[in-house]
Write a protein that binds this ligand. Sequence first.
Ligand code: ATP
Ligand code: MG
Length: 487
Amino acid sequence: MGTLEKLNQESKYQIELYKSQISSQQEQIQQQEAKCKSLRQQLEQTRAELEKLKQEFNRSIEDKVTKHKFELEILEDFSRKIGYTFSYEELFHSMLEHLNELVPCDVRGGIITQDKNCNIYLESNRSLSKNLIAEIREKLVNGLTKINGWNLSQDSISLHQIDHKKVISKEDEITEIGSHFLVPIIADPEEKKQIIGLLFIGDEKKECFSEDSIRLLYAIADRASISVQQLRVLLAAESSRLENEKIRANLEKERALNNLKLRFVRTISHEYRTPLTVISLASDLLEKQKNRLSEAQKLKCWQRIHSAIQHMFNLVEDVLLLDSVEAGEMELNQEQIDLVSFCKELVEDFQLLATRNQTIEFNYSGINVEVYADPKLLQQIVSNLLSNALKYSPEQSKIIFQLTFTETGVTFCIQDEGIGIPVEDIPRLFEPFHRADNVGNAPGTGLGLAIVKKSVELQRGEINVESQLGIGSTFTVKLPLKKVERD
Ligand code: ATP
Ligand code: MG
């Protein structure tokens, strides 16, 4: 074999070698590519799984956040609402309502001690059997007794059952509790002092409450503890304020009574002095000068004694009348009255008594019907008002007495052109023995208007006064008198 041929053969061999090497490398590349492809597929799959996991994770976080947000909102709402409660009952109502939103369950309730009482509040979605109520009550009382070592008497425990939200039927009644949970309400939560109550949830189903439910129950109980503490402070402050007010009112009453007594003694002694002097002088005269006095003079003395006694008698009558009204002993004796005739007669009597050329004009308006009224009380009202109008008005003045029949009863209005009443005296005008400073020498004890006021009140009416100094006064009495129905 020539050299050329040898070289050619070698080259061929080399080429074959390279070819086989190339094909094996190509095979390797193909294998690698297949591997790469499968890896890429695996990667894709893993990425998709990861994406799914991520989405699930996000969703669960979102759910948790929404749930927590919802819980927080309810707890916040609860805190806000119980911040405004002024009684344990309100507090429990609000607490149980919020509890039901957070931990839906068949029965929820609680026990709380306040003063010497122990209250149990229960709320359920369905009606509860009597035995079950007794069982829950016992659970709560025993629970509290065990914790505090108290001996709660049965009389001190009262049960407040709050509405059943959806009472369906008697058959739907809950008779047994499958699971329940109790958490404490503490008097002074910060110092973890005495446990004064328990909060309770119960359900017919067994193992019904998750850790979450219990966590929420504790959150409600914690807030309730704070609120109970606030309520205790508030109620203590309120009760001491009421106590103080009571003491102040009693003192004020005592002071008013003492003033009244003082005014009574002063007025009576003052009012009695004049008639007593008259009686004393006239009887002296009758005794010592009896032979020198003419029959006419003797008669005059007897008349003076008589009118002085009458004056004293009237005064005592007034005081006794006022006393009987104030003691609630005065009874209402209603009868049918023709008011127009009744008033006309009184006006005629007073017109005869008017010595200073004063005139009383009587008018009435509306439909004149008979009414049911107490004649004695009516007489007290009209007589005292007419007597004042005459007494505190100048000579020749006019008094207008207007009677009006209204839809709701009758109105008496007595208007004079007299001295008027100082503004500062108006609020005290109806107090016994109160007289304004401008009365001058006009006699009086200050009892008339007090009697009028009581007589008006006894008939469930009202009295008003309008007055201007030096111009005159108007007294208006409204009485809701029942009208006699005509056939
Ligand atoms: P009495 O017990 O004899 O009636 P009084 O007339 O003084 O004595 P009230 O009738 O209670 O007592 O009246 C209380 C006071 O009200 C009077 O003293 C007077 O100051 C004032 N007053 C009442 N009516 C009038 C009136 N029409 N005009 C002005 N002042 C009046
Ligand atoms: Mg009077």
